[in-house]
Design a protein around this ligand. Structure first.
Ligand code: NAD
Ligand code: TYD
Length: 348
C-alpha cells in the first residue's frame, strides 16, 4: 500500500511518519512537505534511510506538481497534515492559511478523486483537524462530534473549511474519508512559536514569558505521541465517513500550566525556586481569543479503545528533557527568520 503523508516534516507529522515507517514495513510511506519554516528534516534523521520511506519536497498548492505526483504513484491513501498551523500567524496573514489549508486540501482531494474515479475500494483520505473548528466553550461543557462548527480565528476557519470540503467529497463523489479533530498537542519537535516550546526556550534564555490577557484561557493538552497512536488506530479501524474527537482529558488554564512549567524548569536547570515564574509578564490579548477548548473523547475511547498513555506531568517532563537535550535543534530553528517573527509578534 502506498500512503501519502503530507506535512510529515512538521511537528505532529514527523511522529506519525516515524510510527508508520517503523510499524508497517509492508506500506510505503511518501512524506510530502514544502519545508516551510515549520518543516524540518532533522525531525526524521533516524528513519530517512528506511527502505519503506521516501521524502518528497513539494507544495500542496502546486496543482500541476500534485497531479503529476498522483499520476506517477497512484497513492492508495492520504494522511493529510500539511497546514499553516499557528493562530497568531493566521491573524497577521490569513490568506496564507486559505492557500495551504483550503486550496491545498482541495488540490489533494481533486488529485485523489481523479486518480481513483469511481472505484474507491480500499482507498482513504484521512484529514487531520483541530478542535478549534468548534469555536469557544464557556466555563462548562465539552466539544462532541456533533457540536456545530463555529470557528473564530482565520486558522480555525480555514481548517473548518477544509473539513467541510472533505465531507462534501465523501457525500458528493463517494470518496471514503475520516476526520479527526484533536486538542492542543505538545511534545518534542514542536516549533517554538506555540505556547509550551516558546516558553521552554524563553526560560532557558531568561527571556520574558508573554501570557496573553489574564491567562485564564483554557486548553486541553495531549502528548503528541498519544495523538500519533490515535491516528494509527483511526486510519486502520475508524469507520469511513465518520469524525472522531481526540483529546487528553487534560484541561489547563494557561497561567496554571505556565506556573507548572516554571517549577519543572527551575528544578531541571537547578535554578532557585520561583525564578522562572518571575519571567511571566501579562501582555496584550490575542484578538478573538477563544476562552476554552475541551474535548469529549468518549467516541474514540468506546469505539476504538483509545486513551492517552501518559499523564500531563510525565509528558511535560519528557518534553522539557527533550528540549534541554536538543539545544542544537532549538538553536537551529530559532536563528534567522524566527527572530523576525518573534520581534513582530512580541514587540508590544
Ligand atoms: P506544523 O506547523 O508543525 O507542521 C506543518 C507542516 O506542513 C510543516 O512540515 C510544513 O512544512 C508543512 N506545510 C505547510 N504548508 C505546506 C504546503 N503548502 N505544502 C506542503 N507542506 C506544507 O503543524 P502541526 O502542529 O504538526 O500540525 C499538523 C496538522 O495537525 C495540521 O493540519 C494542524 O491543523 C493539525 N492539528 C494541530 C494541532 C496542534 O496542537 N499542533 C492540534 C490539532 C490538529
Ligand atoms: P498556542 O500554543 O498558540 O495554541 P492555540 O492558540 O492553537 O490554542 O496557544 C495556547 C494558549 O496559550 C492560547 O490560549 C494562547 C496562549 N498563548 C499565550 O498566552 N502566549 C503566547 O505567547 C502564546 C504563543 C500563546
Amino acid at each position: 500500500m502506498k500512503i501519502l503523508i503530507t506535512g510529515g516534516a512538521g511537528f505532529i507529522g514527523s511522529h506519525v511518519v516515524r510510527l508508520f515507517v517503523e510499524k508497517y514495513s509492508s506500506y510505503h510511506m511518501f512524506n510530502l512537505d514544502a519545508l516551510t519554516y515549520a518543516g524540518n528534516l532533522e525531525n526524521l534523521k533516524d528513519i530517512e534511510n528506511n527502505p519503506n520511506y521516501t521524502f518528497i519536497k513539494g507544495d500542496i498548492t502546486n496543482e500541476t506538481f500534485i497531479n503529476e505526483l498522483f499520476n506517477k504513484h497512484k497513492f492508495d491513501s492520504i494522511i493529510h497534515l500539511a497546514a499553516e498551523s499557528h493562530v497568531d500567524r493566521s491573524i497577521k496573514d490569513p490568506l496564507a492559511f486559505v492557500k495551504t489549508n483550503v486550496i491545498g486540501t482541495m488540490i489533494l482531494l481533486n488529485a485523489f478523486k481523479n486518480t481513483w474515479k469511481d472505484n474507491f475500494e480500499n482507498k482513504l483520505v484521512y484529514h487531520i483537524s483541530t478542535d478549534e473548528v468548534y469555536g469557544s466553550l464557556g466555563q462548562t461543557g465539552l466539544f462532541t462530534e456533533t457540536t456545530p462548527y463555529d470557528p473564530n480565528s482565520p486558522y480555525s476557519a480555514s481548517k473548518a473549511s477544509s473539513d467541510h470540503f472533505v465531507r462534501a467529497y465523501g457525500e458528493t463523489y463517494g470518496m471514503p474519508y475520516v476526520i479527526t479533530n484533536c486538542s492542543n498537542n505538545y511534545g518534542q519537535n514542536q516549533f517554538p512559536e506555540k505556547l509550551i516550546p516558546l516558553f521552554v526556550n524563553n526560560i532557558i534564555n531568561n527571556k520574558p514569558l508573554p501570557v496573553y490577557g489574564d491567562g485564564n484561557y483554557t486548553r486541553d493538552w495531549l502528548y503528541v505521541k498519544d495523538h500519533a497512536v490515535a491516528i494509527d488506530l483511526v486510519f486502520h479501524e475508524g469507520k469511513n465517513n465518520e469524525t472522531y474527537n481526540i483529546g487528553g482529558f487534560n484541561e489547563w488554564k494557561n497561567i496554571d500550566l505556565v506556573k507548572l512549567l516554571c517549577q519543572q524548569m527551575d528544578e531541571k536547570l537547578n535554578r532557585e525556586k520561583g525564578s522562572s515564574e518571575k519571567l511571566i509578564i501579562y501582555v496584550k490579548d490575542r484578538p478573538g481569543h477563544d476562552l476554552r477548548y475541551a474535548i469529549d473523547a468518549s467516541k474514540i475511547n468506546k469505539e476504538l479503545g483509545w486513551k492517552p498513555s501518559v499523564t500531563f506531568e510525565e509528558g511535560l517532563n519528557k518534553t522539557i528533557d527533550w528540549y534541554l537535550n536538543n539545544k542544537a535543534w532549538l538553536h537551529n530553528v530559532t536563528s534567522g527568520a524566527y527572530q523576525l517573527y518573534y520581534q513582530k509578534q512580541y514587540s508590544n
